[in-house]
Design a protein around this ligand. Structure first.
Ligand code: ADE
Length: 269
């Protein structure tokens, strides 16, 4: 997969040289190219922003440097990339979108500073490319560089051969499949006792069926505590008899439409 990032802070993307993404680059699984937007400016101050039409606070990124930069990046490759524009007003970045983007051959990220990029840039490229405006959460950062790091890490770990063990993302929270819509429960490793705390006996039992059931029950417990909205939204067809018993213990009951809602708030989680 090829990834391009156009930014006024190339050094902000240094973490892409480290850890999982860094190793994927070194192995040739990821071709990452970071470009300085200012190299497509022509004035002596390398201006990339200006005051907003209509007034108001802050500055807006000028269209000309972005247009020249994106033209040059697009012309340097085969076919058309998906352009990912980080912005707090975009669609939410989810595991589902990470999976979709991980299947594309080429992504171009356009992290902006200030109040964002002149709208005409997004409109112009949307005529030729798949352009996605994406938010990593309901908070406002000073720029899109940190969101690019977040998205690239979520995408890169899904590429074939990037994680050591292909099974590693099967049980991820939010991964499609049997554990869809549930958060992952707690995990343990050696030593068997630490500061007087042991390991749940079932994990030492060697009984795979019981271990799988315990993990699922713990997932229900954690999801109830941290993300009850996921259970409210879940398709109840995904819940078997044992799931329903656990949900009942945690204070959930099926409503008229079969979906679960919390009837008791004060049960032990
Ligand atoms: N830029 C600033 N805040 C952002 C957010 N929450 N998501 C994506 N890009 C951003």
């Amino acid at each position: 997969m090829r990834l391009d990032v156009v930014t006024i802070f190339p050094e902000y993307l240094e973490p892409l040289n480290v850890s999982l993404v860094g190793k994927a680059r070194a192995r040739g699984q990821l071709d990452v190219r970071v470009h300085d937007l200012r190299s497509w400016t022509h004035d002596k101050h390398n201006t990339v922003d200006d005051t907003p039409y209509g007034g108001g606070p802050g500055m807006v990124m000028k269209p000309e440097p972005w247009g020249e930069a994106l033209d040059a990046v697009i012309e340097s490759g085969e076919g058309r990339p998906v352009i990912v524009v980080p912005t707090p007003s975009g669609r939410p970045f989810t595991q589902e979108l990470a999976v979709e983007l991980s299947e594309k051959p080429w992504l171009v990220f356009t992290p902006a500073r200030y109040e964002g990029i002149d709208r005409r840039v997004i409109e112009d490229y949307a005529e030729r490319c798949d352009v996605r405006e994406v938010s990593i959460g309901d908070y406002v950062l000073a720029g899109g560089e940190a969101p690019v790091l977040v998205m690239v890490e979520a995408i890169a770990r899904l590429l074939p051969g990037v994680l050591g063990n292909a099974e590693s993302h099967r049980d991820d929270s939010f991964a499609p499949g049997a554990m869809a819509d549930l958060l992952e429960g707690p995990v343990y490793t050696k030593p068997p006792e630490w500061r007087g705390r042991g390991i749940p006996d079932v994990l030492l039992s060697g009984h795979h069926g019981k271990i799988a059931r315990w993990r699922r029950d713990e997932a229900f417990r954690r999801t109830t505590r941290n993300r009850p909205d996921l259970i409210e939204r879940a398709d109840p067809a995904a819940f078997d008899k044992k799931d329903r018993e656990m949900l009942s213990i945690l204070g959930w009951a099926p409503g008229d439409d079969g979906r679960f809602w919390r009837v008791a708030q004060d049960v032990e989680e």
